[in-house]
Design a protein around this ligand. Structure first.
Ligand code: HEC
Length: 292
C-alpha cells in the first residue's frame, strides 16, 4: 500500500503541474498538459517497476500483482491528469471569457464614465463662461458706477472749491478791513495804565523826558499825542522823521512803538521797540497823563 500511495502522490504532482502549466499557458497549454500527463504516466510506471524490483524478492506473484496495480494506478493517474488538464483548459477558457466580458464591461463603463466626465467638464466650462461673463458685466457696471461717482465727486469738489474761494475772498476782504482798523481796535480793547506806563517809560528815559522844552538824544515827548511828527521846537530831526507826514495819534504811536525803525525807515531813534501791546498802551497812557 505504501508503494501505491507514493505512486499516487507522484501522479497527483503531475496533475498539479499540468494544471499549473495550463493555467499559465492559456490556449496551447491543454496539449502541454496532456504531454505532462503522459510523462507522469511513464514516470509512474517506472516508479512502479522500480518499486516492484525493490519489493520482497522471491515472491513473483506478489511482484506481478504489484506491477499490475502500479500499471492500473498509472493509467488512472494518466486519466486523472488528462481530466485535470481538460478541466484546467476549460477553466482557463472560462476565465479568459469572463475576463474578456469583464474587460468589455469595464471598457463600456469607462467610456460611459469618460463621456459623463466630458459632459461634466463641458457643463463646468459653460458655467465658468457664464460666471466670467457675469463678472465682466459686473466689473463694467462697477467701473461705470465709479466713473459716475467720480464725476459727481469732482463736480461737488469744484462747487465746494468755488464756495471756498468765495469765502476766502470774503475773508481776505474782511481781513484787510480788520487790518485797517486793527491797530485802533486792539488799542481800544486795551486799558492803558499810566502807573504801569511809568515803569515802561524807563526804557525811553535814556533819550527822552516828558518835561516840556527839554530835548535830550530824542525830543521832549511832552504833548506828543496829537502832534505832527518833527514839530518839537529846537530839536534836530532826521529827514525821515520830519518829512513822514505822521500825526502822533494814540493809534499811530501804538503801531510805531512796536518797531520804530520799521515804521519810519531811516529814523534816528535806535530802539528795538515794545513787543507787548499792553506795555505800549500803558506807556502811551503815561505820556498822555504827564502832558496835562
Ligand atoms: C536810544 C535813544 C532813544 C530811545 C531809547 C527812545 N527814543 Fe524815541 N526818539 C529818539 C530819537 C533820536 C528820535 C528822533 C528820530 C529822528 O529824528 O529820526 C526819537 C523820536 C521819537 C518820537 C517821535 C517824535 C517826533 O516829534 O516826531 C517818539 C514819539 C518817540 N521817539 C517815542 C519814544 C518812546 C515812547 C520811547 C520808549 C518806549 C522811545 N522813544 C525810546 C531816540 C530814542
Amino acid at each position: 500500500m505504501r508503494v501505491l500511495l507514493n505512486r499516487t502522490s507522484g501522479a497527483a504532482m503531475a496533475v498539479l503541474l499540468a494544471a499549473t502549466v495550463t493555467a499559465c499557458g492559456g490556449g496551447e497549454s491543454s496539449s502541454d498538459a496532456e504531454e505532462s500527463a503522459a510523462n507522469a504516466e511513464a514516470s509512474a510506471s517506472d516508479n512502479a517497476a522500480d518499486n516492484t524490483e525493490d519489493a520482497v524478492p522471491g515472491s513473483m506473484e506478489e511482484a506481478e500483482a504489484a506491477a499490475e496495480e502500479a500499471r492500473d494506478a498509472a493509467e488512472a493517474a494518466g486519466d486523472a491528469a488528462s481530466d485535470a488538464a481538460n478541466a484546467a483548459a476549460d477553466a482557463a477558457s472560462d476565465a479568459a471569457n469572463a475576463a474578456a466580458d469583464a474587460a468589455g464591461d469595464a471598457m463600456d463603463d469607462a467610456s460611459q464614465a469618460a463621456s459623463d466626465a466630458a459632459d461634466a467638464v463641458r457643463e463646468e466650462a459653460e458655467k465658468m463662461e457664464d460666471a466670467a461673463e457675469d463678472a465682466a458685466q459686473g466689473a463694467a457696471d462697477q467701473a461705470e458706477e465709479a466713473a459716475a461717482a467720480m464725476d459727481e465727486a469732482v463736480t461737488e469738489a469744484a462747487a465746494s472749491m468755488g464756495d471756498a474761494a468765495e469765502k476766502t475772498a470774503n475773508m481776505t476782504a474782511g481781513a484787510s478791513e480788520a487790518a485797517a482798523d486793527g491797530a485802533s481796535s486792539v488799542l481800544a480793547s486795551l486799558d492803558g495804565d499810566a502807573a504801569a506806563g511809568k515803569r515802561v517809560f524807563v526804557k525811553c528815559m535814556a533819550c527822552h523826558v516828558v518835561q516840556e522844552g527839554q530835548n535830550r538824544v530824542g525830543p521832549s515827548l511832552y504833548g506828543i499825542v496829537g502832534r505832527e511828527a518833527g514839530s518839537v521846537p529846537g530839536f534836530n530831526y532826521s529827514d525821515a522823521n520830519k518829512n513822514s507826514g505822521i500825526v502822533w495819534t494814540e493809534e499811530v504811536l501804538f503801531e510805531y512803538l512796536e518797531n520804530p525803525q520799521e515804521y519810519i525807515p531811516g529814523t534816528r531813534m535806535i530802539f528795538p521797540g515794545l513787543p507787548s501791546e499792553q506795555d505800549r498802551a500803558d506807556v502811551i497812557a503815561y505820556i498822555k497823563a504827564e502832558s496835562q
